[in-house]
Design a protein around this ligand. Structure first.
Ligand SMILES: Cc1cc2nc3c(=O)[nH]c(=O)nc-3n(C[C@H](O)[C@H](O)[C@H](O)COP(=O)(O)O)c2cc1C
Length: 186
């Protein structure tokens, strides 16, 4: 059976570069793997009362069940104010609770950050890693993926038009598969 890797893009914007990168990455899965884009847009802001008072929104249940059955995760994050956009942090929080039932636990991960600017989402990349350490997600260390000038990356058909970036992303995906095979407990 194929191993399933969830792709999480940290933006809800229609023309989001992160979502376009996720779509490009989805096509890079090697044999034996399926890359599945998992949507974050329906999740209300996390409120612990939902869990404590047994009033869990249906969208939380759907999301938690989707993440429970994936084998690994690639996070494709833009940067908001030098950190992780709230929509992605919220998804991490939703999946991490109720206490002791985190759906992220032990799943190998990778962080690909991006920006139209020159710092490439470095701040978001490392803030995200901080949360993933706590969530017991072993995060790929090399190669680090910082994509710059993403506003110039796509052609009008939303395909990556810079071949060297496409090749770099494929190398990062290949390295992630090696990382996954070393760190996956199943
Ligand atoms: C609230 C907000 C904060 C932002 N902060 C940063 C930032 O700290 N660093 C950065 O490189 N770009 C920043 N940007 C610009 C984003 O990189 C840019 O909007 C990008 O297109 C967002 O990702 P997306 O294309 O996936 O939606 C910010 C944008 C918004 C809306």
């Amino acid at each position: 059976m194929n191993k399933v890797i969830g792709l999480f893009a940290g933006s809800l914007r229609k023309e989001s570069f992160s979502r376009k990168i996720a779509k490009a990455v989805a096509a890079m899965a090697p044999a034996g793997f399926e890359f599945k884009i998992i949507s974050l847009g329906d999740l209300p802001l996390y409120n612990q009362d939902f869990d404590d008072e047994n009033q869990v929104p249906e969208s939380y249940t759907i999301f938690r069940n989707e993440v429970k059955v994936i084998d690994g995760a690639i996070f494709i994050t833009p940067e908001y104010n030098r950190s992780v956009p709230a929509v992605l942090k919220n998804a991490l929080d939703v999946g991490s609770r109720p206490y002791g039932k985190s759906v992220w636990d032990g799943k190998p991960g990778a962080v690909f950050s991006n920006s139209p600017g020159s710092i490439s989402g470095f701040g978001a990349n490392h803030h995200l890693r901080q949360s993933l350490v706590f969530l017991n997600v072993p995060v790929m260390q090399q190669p680090e993926v910082y994509l710059t000038k993403v506003d110039e990356l796509f052609d009008e058909q939303r395909n990556i038009q810079k071949e060297e970036i496409r090749e770099f992303l494929q190398k990062a995906v290949d390295a992630f598969i090696v990382w996954f095979n070393k760190n996956s407990s199943q």
